[in-house]
Design a protein around this ligand. Structure first.
Ligand SMILES: Cc1cc2nc3c(=O)[nH]c(=O)nc-3n(C[C@H](O)[C@H](O)[C@H](O)COP(=O)(O)OP(=O)(O)OC[C@H]3O[C@@H](n4cnc5c(N)ncnc54)[C@H](O)[C@@H]3O)c2cc1C
Length: 491
């Protein structure tokens, strides 16, 4: 099958999956008032593939049909550029608010398949082959994935295997001729109501003895025994005037429970290799690809924040003040640093170990990954300082159309806009900085890929220190010249 349409995607979600929301088992996520908004946005992403086939699609090397470009395993710098342009196109649909658009996982599996040799180590040739076959399967059937790589927070001061007496973290409990059986839970699976498949792969290192916790696989969302418990929906079943973002971009987060789930052996990518569990992430170049996707998306969000800040400040005339200009300049600084890092990552792309597969340079991306959890909350704070109480001058569309319409038109006008436009802009701003969805977005930026503290510490550990050390050593290694001492008069 070639790239799907939005309609085909929505049909695929009606598969009997077990999604729970606010105490109710949801039978159809595409029509439920608290879930349908994001389903429709996801469908739009699929349709976009057909609107811009020259950007979004390429010929499958196996079927010859048109498939999503973000599945491409890059074989050149030009390929990386093509993938980046398509990712940006998708990111702009939600102004970078939907972090888990399909390219997030497409890129991940293209990376895993492209570097399957790292997965094949220590006798795991079959697991690696399964991975390669699986990547072709999702590419050629245009399936989208949620993923869940972190075990639930019970006690972070002890190992994964010790959570809740060993029963909470996801682990293998049995095996048949054709399947392994897994039990436990994972947090979080963003996009769960809207995904076709669930992927499980490493999120952190694991102790050498904890083999039954070292499992990687991918299965359909409706696999028996899989249960997804959603947080509250932040999706507002309201007009796009009132909640322009919350009405359509809540991609939802869920905890996954695996109730003795049978995973077919041809869907198992790793089973029991605690060393490989770390290597496939650390040595498999995953960070290069995933942070490239993530920073393209974050760039879009900063571009949006800058536009929002500028239009708000211009509407109320506060951009005449130099400290407001400085605040807007600070958002612009962050967005341009982000753009520079993306360009540098693409320019610095390289062929990995002479095997014909290319990866973006991870150094600018890793640096930015440490900074982005500070950039985006800072941009939000700056927007608050620029907009002030204006974010509360935001009656609903119903008010605007109601008996107080003429009062609202008079008292809510702005310097260069009528009341309807002014309220609309500030409501958009509030949905970005202050709504329930905005609160979730803030948390997402801080934690979706570990936390800033650990990412930055990791940067120090893996940084190539050679050149910096050489700069120091040129002074430490030179012969000491101490002859000036003789000129000092001793009294
Ligand atoms: C909105 C949102 C969406 C998400 N979506 C997904 C998803 O789709 N798939 C997925 O797999 N995960 C997802 N995550 C989960 C994400 O991967 C985790 O939140 C992240 O790995 C951090 O783990 P944690 O939340 O359990 O925090 P914790 O690890 O419990 O951290 C909490 C605090 O304790 C500190 N801390 C914890 N352990 C240590 C340690 N060993 N050393 C030093 N400090 C430590 C942290 O620095 C932090 O300050 C999502 C998270 C959010 C917030």
């Amino acid at each position: 099958m070639a790239a799907r349409t939005g309609k085909q995607f929505l049909e695929g979600l009606k598969d009997g999956r077990e999604i729970w929301l606010e105490g109710e088992r949801i039978t159809d996520v595409t029509t439920h008032p608290k879930l349908k908004g994001a389903a429709e946005t996801m469908a739009k992403l699929f349709d976009l593939q057909h609107e811009f086939p020259e950007i979004m699609l390429y010929d499958s090397p196996d079927t010859g049909e048109k498939v999503g470009i973000t599945h491409l395993i890059p074989k050149s710098k030009e390929d990386i550029k093509r993938i980046r342009i398509a990712m940006k196109k998708w990111a702009e649909v939600s102004a970078g608010l939907m972090g888990r658009s399909p390219d997030y996982m497409n890129t991940t599996f293209a990376c895993f398949a492209g570097h399957a040799d790292v997965w094949a180590r220590r006798g795991n040739e079959q697991g690696a082959q399964n991975l390669v076959n699986y990547q072709k399967y999702i590419r050629d059937n245009d399936l989208i994935l949620t993923h869940s790589i972190i075990n639930p927070q019970v006690d972070r001061s002890v190992s994964e295997a010790e959570q809740g007496g060993g029963e909470v973290s996801l682990h293998k409990v049995g095996e048949t001729d054709d399947a392994i059986i897994v039990r436990g839970a994972r947090m979080l699976a963003t996009l769960a109501p809207y995904a076709d498949e669930l992927a499980v792969y490493p999120g952190s290192d694991i102790r050498l003895q904890d083999k039954k916790y070292a499992i990687c696989f991918s299965i359909p969302m409706n696999t028996p025994g899989l249960k997804f418990i959603c947080r509250d929906s932040y999706s507002k079943d309201r007009s796009n005037y009132d909640y322009p973002l919350s009405s359509r971009f809540d991609e939802m987060d869920a905890v996954v429970i695996f109730d003795d789930v049978k995973v077919p052996k041809d869907r198992v990518f790793m089973d029991g290799d605690t060393v490989g569990y770390s290597e496939v992430i650390g040595e498999g170049y995953w960070r290069n690809y995933i942070i490239f996707q993530a920073m393209n998306r974050a760039l879009t969000k900063l571009e949006f924040a800058f536009g929002l800040g500028h239009m708000i400040a211009d509407m109320t005339g506060v951009n005449a003040f130099d400290h407001v200009q400085e605040k807007l300049g600070e958002i612009w600084n962050m967005l341009e640093i982000t753009r520079s890092a993306v360009v540098a990552a693409e320019e610095g792309a390289f062929e990995v170990r002479n095997k014909g597969i290319w990866a973006p340079d991870d150094r600018p991306l890793l640096a930015l990954r440490g900074l982005m959890p500070k950039f985006i909350p800072r941009a939000t704070e700056l927007l608050k300082l620029i907009g002030g109480g204006g974010f509360m001058l935001t009656p609903s569309f119903a008010d605007l159309e109601g008996p107080l319409s003429s009062d609202i038109k008079k008292y809510y006008q702005a310097r260069n806009a009528d009341a309807e436009k002014r309220i609309r802009l500030f409501r958009l701003g509030w949905d970005f900085i202050g709504s329930e969805l905005a609160g979730r977005l803030d948390l997402y930026e801080r934690f979706y890929l570990s936390d800033s503290f650990r990412m930055t510490a990791l940067n120090y550990k893996i940084a190539d220190k050679t050149h910096s050390i050489n700069l120091i050593n040129q002074f430490l290694d030179e012969p000491v010249k101490n002859d000036f001492k003789s000129k000092v008069e001793v009294r």
